[in-house]
Design a protein. Structure first.
Length: 211
């Protein structure tokens, strides 16, 4: 029995310190960059805990998949195809807002950069790629785009106001009732049996100056 196990494992490396250190180092860098993007940039602005789990798990799983695929010399085209499939993924339960889809794309891109780079790519080049991703996100979110658009889906009972000709009245009513700076709204579906509509409202979160 022991001989059988040895025979089965003879073509496999049980432990390679160099490869293992490479995996740990890459995963640590990848997780650190993801943490900065998700926890320190995304969450303070959007306050959406639902996507924190998704972003971290997506990034970690895709990183590990790509790392293994890279080590077994799989075609890069296949790897990039996987990246493209994940990047356009939609959940059936609820459409992901555009902003969250962009962050999901970024998280996948970070995993791709850190997992698929070979020894021909220097550490400084990988570091530069990660730093540029962080700088661009932070600049766009906190410096250039000062007004941050958020969304919320509500059940609305004033069915008459969902008519196109009453759109301005709808926005005014939504602002008064929610206390939010609602600037547009989308009718997702309408239930005429209960005279209610499911509406996604879009509003700006204004920064409050604390003196």
């Amino acid at each position: 029995m022991l001989l059988d196990i040895d025979f089965l494992l003879k073509d496999y490396k049980i432990f390679d310190s160099a490869d293992f250190f490479d995996l740990v180092l890459r995963f640590s860098v990848n997780f650190l960059v993801t943490f900065i993007i998700v926890r320190l940039i995304y969450y303070p602005l959007h306050k959406n805990k639902d996507y924190l789990f998704t972003y971290f798990i997506f990034n970690s799983i895709i990183f590990l998949i790509l790392y293994v695929m890279n080590n077994v010399k799989m075609e890069f085209g296949v790897s990039f195809g996987l990246f493209a499939v994940f990047s356009i993924l939609r959940y059936r339960t609820e459409d992901i807002p555009i902003k969250e889809m962009v962050y999901l794309f970024i998280i996948i891109a970070v995993a791709l950069v850190n997992a698929m780079s070979t020894k021909k790519v220097s550490v400084s080049e990988i570091a530069f790629a990660n730093i540029m991703i962080l700088v661009m996100i932070y600049t766009l979110e906190n410096i250039w785009l000062m007004r941050h658009e958020s969304t919320r889906t509500i059940v609305y009972e004033k069915i008459d106001l969902i008519k196109p000709e009453n759109y301005s009245l709808l926005l005014q009513d939504l602002r008064e009732r929610t206390g939010l700076n609602v600037h547009r709204a989308e009718i997702k579906n309408t239930d005429f049996q209960t005279d209610t509509a499911r509406i996604t409202i879009f509003y700006y979160l204004e920064k409050v100056n604390e003196n």
